[in-house]
Design a protein around this ligand. Structure first.
Ligand code: SAH
Ligand code: SF4
Ligand code: F3S
Length: 479
């Protein structure tokens, strides 16, 4: 397609490619140093991240590269010289936000002659999005996708040299590029990619189309990365993949997710290990045993069930039934009694009836989730579900959506209430957004807690007594 890489395919890339990008990083750094001399200030940057933890983690890599180029954080978006949106397309509202913001940026750019705007991430893997950007958002300077993030330095340099827009989107992945510089949002915790892409093709979901085929990193690279993180002060890692339970399938080594988890658990100095996401169809008995045995693996599992109706699950291509899901949950609870289970739910899938939603509510009541993300189905062009009959208008979904929320909230509240009066170890993460006197942290089971404490506790594990709770968080005091 016009303007894409000539054949739309990814060249093979490797660690050497990273060396090539370093040359561009240095060239841009020199230009930014010159800019500083002439203007008495450094060039500034602003990253906006949409979507999941995968994107958040990619943004840390973008941050790492931009800082190496000499950019510093801007105080706000409109004052930045380099603005980058790392986008998500899993639901339409995430896309609309990006378009809305871009419209507003047009005015901001008119008043800052140095401003450059870049777009990347999942939305950019959709042809119609890229065409819309080309035609209607001509103030965008750089566009790239999910497979060539590591090329950002080269793309920035090409944009400077040619003084014209640069579009570089690949249709498929190349080799995994290791060792990208990255700046962690938190010093004491970090995400670690263990695999990329997804092969499950749930019928509603666009992720397999924009993140490509499933591929795992070698255990050698993963373990080395985690050892280095631990040396650098990291206490908690979250192993990331769209479906961690199928980790290792494309590797030559004899490994699976349960074995990897055990290896991570053996790393000296690591304190908490989390992972996401688990697809119920691939969750093995071995994994449940490893979770039960390994003391550093947190007692929490995010296990999306999406719908409780077998009819809908089949149309979703989820490959399990309500009964299978409930059996799995019972098995997990039996082996790991205090496990916290969270989930994702979709309401309003094509053809879903009130009876189907009754089944979803039944699962909520039987499992008693500690938390759930509930989504209104969003039609994604190109997915099988988008072509199904009986698409339900969003307004009609609201009533069923509210039924699900009304069933869920008391269940989650009861779970939270069961923590009251007990003392837990809490990793203190941040000052609370709503009240500066409070610190926000997480229990080992991933429950969120706000507790009154000094800022100095951030990054440490505190002993906290839970004294009260709301639906979405606990309230505690240091002991
Ligand atoms: N790989 C993960 C989830 C990735 S997307 C998994 O399979 O569990 C996160 C969540 O977004 C999904 O679990 C699903 O609940 C929701 N989702 C995905 N596509 C959607 C769509 N088209 N409309 C509404 N919600 C969607
Ligand atoms: Fe999407 Fe299903 Fe893959 Fe999750 S497992 S990313 S919901 S296709
Ligand atoms: Fe994540 Fe959204 Fe992409 S959920 S994988 S950022 S489409």
């Amino acid at each position: 397609m016009n303007g894409y890489n000539s054949d739309g395919k990814a060249p093979n890339v490797s660690r050497e490619e990273l060396e090539r990008q370093k040359v561009f990083i240095n060239k841009i750094k020199d230009l930014n140093d010159e800019f500083e001399k002439e203007n008495n200030r450094k060039k500034t940057m602003f990253i906006s991240t949409f979507g999941c933890q995968m994107n958040a983690h990619d943004s840390e890599k973008i941050d790492g590269m931009l800082k190496q180029m000499g950019f510093v954080d801007a105080d706000c978006e409109k004052n930045a010289d380099f603005i980058i949106y790392n986008t998500c397309c899993v639901r339409e509202n995430a896309e609309n936000k990006v378009y809305g913001n871009l419209g507003y940026l047009k005015h901001a750019k008119a008043s800052n002659p140095f401003m450059k705007i870049a777009l990347c991430g999942c939305m950019m893997q959709e042809n119609d999005v890229v065409e819309t950007i080309r035609k209607k958002y001509r103030h965008v300077d750089i566009v790239f996708g999910t497979f060539n993030l590591y090329k950002l330095p080269e793309l920035i340099f090409t944009n400077i040299e040619t003084d014209g827009p640069v579009f570089d989107i690949w249709k498929e992945h190349g080799e995994i590029v290791e060792d990208l510089p990255s700046i962690r949002k938190y010093k004491f915790k970090s995400s670690v990619n263990i695999m990329f892409g997804c092969d499950n093709f749930c019928s509603y979901c666009i992720v397999p189309y924009v993140r490509g085929r499933e591929r795992s990193r070698s255990s050698f690279d993963i373990l080395n990365e985690i050892r280095a993180l631990v040396k650098d002060g990291v206490r908690e890692v979250t192993l990331l993949g769209q479906n961690v339970n199928s980790y290792g399938k494309n590797l030559d080594e004899n490994i699976n997710f349960a074995k990897l988890l055990r290896m991570v658990n053996n790393i000296d100095g690591i304190e908490r290990i989390r992972f996401m996401t688990s697809h119920p169809k691939d969750l093995s008995d071995e994994l449940i045993s490893v979770m039960a045995e390994c003391d550093r693996v947190c007692g929490h599992i995010h296990l999306p069930f999406q719908s409780g109706s077998d009819r809908i699950l089949e149309k979703m291509n989820r490959k399990y039934t309500k009964e299978k899901y409930l059996e799995l949950v019972s098995k997990i609870k039996e082996k790991i009694p205090n496990i916290a289970i969270t989930t994702d739910i979709i309401v309003g899938f094509p053809g879903e009836t009130a009876n189907d939603v009754d089944e979803t509510i039944d699962v909520i009541e039987k499992v008693k989730f500690n938390g759930a993300f509930t989504f209104i189905y969003s039609k994604r062009t190109g997915t099988p579900a988008a072509a199904m009959e009986n698409q339900i208008p969003e307004d009609d979904v609201k009533k069923q959506f509210n039924r699900v929320i009304n069933a869920l909230n008391p269940v989650v509240y009861e779970k939270n209430k069961s923590h009251i009066g007990k003392v837990y170890k809490v990793l203190a993460e941040d000052v609370s957004g709503s009240d500066e006197r409070f610190i926000t942290g997480r229990l080992e089971d991933n429950s969120l807690v706000h507790f009154e404490a000094d800022k100095g506790v951030i990054g440490n594990i505190a002993e906290v007594e839970i004294i009260d709770c709301k639906t979405f968080y606990l309230i505690g005091k240091s002991v």
